[in-house]
Design a protein. Structure first.
Length: 95
């Protein structure tokens, strides 16, 4: 049992320096996650400030309406559907 495991591990990770592909993929994933978090925080801050300003002062009516539509769509759509739309519509039209 251990012989099969060690052989498979060597073949899949060590042979031909395949571990580098995993480390590069992990690096890319962490970079994308970091910038996605920054964008999410920035967008959330802007939407929150617009909504809060409208509630307190009544100003920014158009931006508040856009934010309400954005929040309704994002909250009402499952994450998997959003990912499929991004993959097939946004990235599918690029190539």
């Amino acid at each position: 049992m251990w012989k099969n495991f060690t052989d498979a591990f060597y073949l899949n990770f060590v042979d031909d320096n395949r571990w580098r592909y995993l480390s590069e993929g992990l690096k890319t994933t962490l970079i994308i996650t970091f910038f996605a978090c920054l964008m999410g925080i920035a967008l959330g801050f802007v939407v929150g400030m617009i909504r809060s300003t409208y509630e307190k002062t009544g100003k920014l009516k158009v931006l508040n309406a856009i934010c309400k539509v954005y929040l309704t769509v994002i909250r009402g759509t499952p994450v998997l559907v959003q990912l499929l739309i991004i993959y097939f519509v946004v990235f599918g039209s690029a190539g």
